[in-house]
Design a protein around this ligand. Structure first.
Ligand code: DGY
Length: 323
């Protein structure tokens, strides 16, 4: 029987690519160069399955490629706001993602940002490397204590809950959250988390605010100049979700004027471009979208795409269908 044709848009971990080669007539991207809109359209015309990731903008225009051969978009990643889901549904395309397997590592990274910014770790490291350090002194590079402080979560899905577990059980933090979709009671109880009716309520009370809602039109600039002003002047904002949830210009202005004390960012509005002003600020820690970037997790993400594909081509419902 003819193997389905599968196109992978970026380079994947070697063991997952090897498995893809066993199962499918696969086109890999050894050079890892992002595909253009025209190349994505060519792929949609030529393959039964397209396996994109966050760096591919699968817009309605891209999806208008004709004749469309692709039947499934097996996304490598949990977030899928780079795919026009309405357009995909309109074309009867199945879309899947990779939840669960990246929860722990993304939560670890959110905690890394929280710890680094609170304890001025990036700044301190630069201090040592540039040989500016003159030795220990009682008033040198003073940060802020984490243990016992209040962590506010915007969204209380899988990753937020994993962050809450680490923060509450590891650092004795008090947990607040706002989520328009109420979580199971046990999820909140296990970290003694208190639900807030509004985002503002979280922002006003929290010492650290960590964003964990999906990106896209509904949450675009949820954290804007007005909402940043609701935060404590000593507060720190962490974003490992999607860049467009935070108005990056407003954040840079707020950090500069002292509206809030600091920020730890793993995601940006126009990746890989970062608002120039942020690059020069000491009170921010900036990562290049590393949330799920561990060997174990990236392999697990790829294998999860494969699981979804195998189900689809066997005529069964894929486990992680989002459209
Ligand atoms: C995710 O899984 O959503 C990561 O941010 C990469 O897309």
């Amino acid at each position: 029987m003819r193997k389905p044709k599968v196109i992978v848009t970026r380079r994947w971990p070697a063991e997952v690519e090897a498995r893809l080669q066993d199962l499918y007539d696969v086109q890999l991207n050894a050079g890892d160069r992002p595909m253009t809109g025209a190349e994505l359209q060519e792929a949609l015309r030529g393959a039964d399955a397209l396996l994109p990731t966050v760096s591919d903008k699968i817009t309605a225009e891209v999806l208008s490629a004709e004749p469309l051969r692709t039947k499934i978009l097996g996304n490598f990643g949990v977030g899928f706001n780079h795919i026009d889901i309405a357009a995909a549904k309109g074309l009867d395309l199945v879309v899947t993602n990779t939840p669960d397997v990246l929860t722990d590592c993304t939560a670890d990274l959110a905690m890394t940002l929280l710890l680094m910014i609170a304890r001025r770790a990036g700044e301190g490291e630069r201090h040592v490397r540039t040989k500016a350090w003159t030795g220990w002194r009682p008033t040198h590079m003073i940060g802020t204590k984490i243990t016992g402080k209040t962590l506010g979560l915007v969204g209380f899905g899988r990753i937020a809950r994993a962050v809450a577990t680490r923060a509450h059980h590891g650092f004795g933090m008090k947990i607040l959250f706002h989520d328009p979709y109420p979580p199971p009671k046990e999820a909140a109880e296990s970290v003694k988390a208190q639900a807030c009716a509004t985002v503002e309520e979280v922002l006003e009370q929290a010492d650290f605010v960590s964003i964990h809602c999906p990106g896209g039109q509904e949450t675009r600039h949820l954290i804007n100049a007005g909402r940043l002003k609701r935060m404590k002047a000593t507060a720190i904002l962490i974003n490992t979700a999607r860049g467009d949830v935070v108005d990056e210009q407003a954040l840079a202005a707020g950090l500069k004027s002292g509206t809030i004390a600091g920020a730890g960012l793993d995601v940006y509005e126009s990746e890989p471009r970062v608002t120039e002003e942020l690059l020069t600020m000491e009170n921010v820690v900036l990562f290049p979208h590393l949330g799920s970037a561990t060997r174990e997790t990236r392999v697990a993400m790829g294998m999860r795409v494969l699981e979804n594909l195998e189900a689809f081509f066997a005529g069964e419902p894929p486990r992680d269908r989002v459209a």
